[in-house]
Write a new protein. Sequence first.
Length: 216
Amino acid sequence: MKKINLFLLILLTLSNSCKKDKSDNDINEFEEIAGCTDENANNFNSLATLDDGSCEFSLFNQFSGNWNIVSLEYQINIDLNNVNLESLEEINPLITNFLPFIGNNLSFDGTADNVGSLNLNNLGYYESEISFNTEPINILSFEIPGFPLNLTSNGNWEISNNNEIITLNDSNSGLEQTFNIISFSDNFALIRGNNIPFDIGQFGNFGISLELTLIK
């Protein structure tokens, strides 16, 4: 009889242990795992079942798309030592007449509207077409008519520095153009770059400061 009671006690103990293990497993099966559940986020957690608001996003995907450059502010400084004078005469003969008064540098600024487009695809390739006429250039008390500028480029692009910088790497010239992201929303962006290098045939390589207003 004692052996039977002992056997029953062992069975009861094992049964209770199995029930406890099953209960613990059931709790683990339904335990929420907090984390970022958005697959588009930089810190997406595939194991997370509860979004805790910790998702971090890059502007790369949001910035991708076709942008119209609706306005542009520019400031240009040209080192005349590196410029072919014949090319200047082709643009405007009056410029060479004023060279003794200008010195080695020609500086001018202005604005322009609806100057082109900036297309950024989500594979990291970009095409930029900027074309406008500069405003008239004032030298001493004289005004020289403006001239056309074409700042077309293409290559690879990226966003860095905690979504503060957009960089365009021109595949043709090898020049790197870096802009600060001043403001951004789904359909609007304002970017600004200082001394952005461009390869302009008659002027060679020179720096231009640009502020671009972009609309999708």
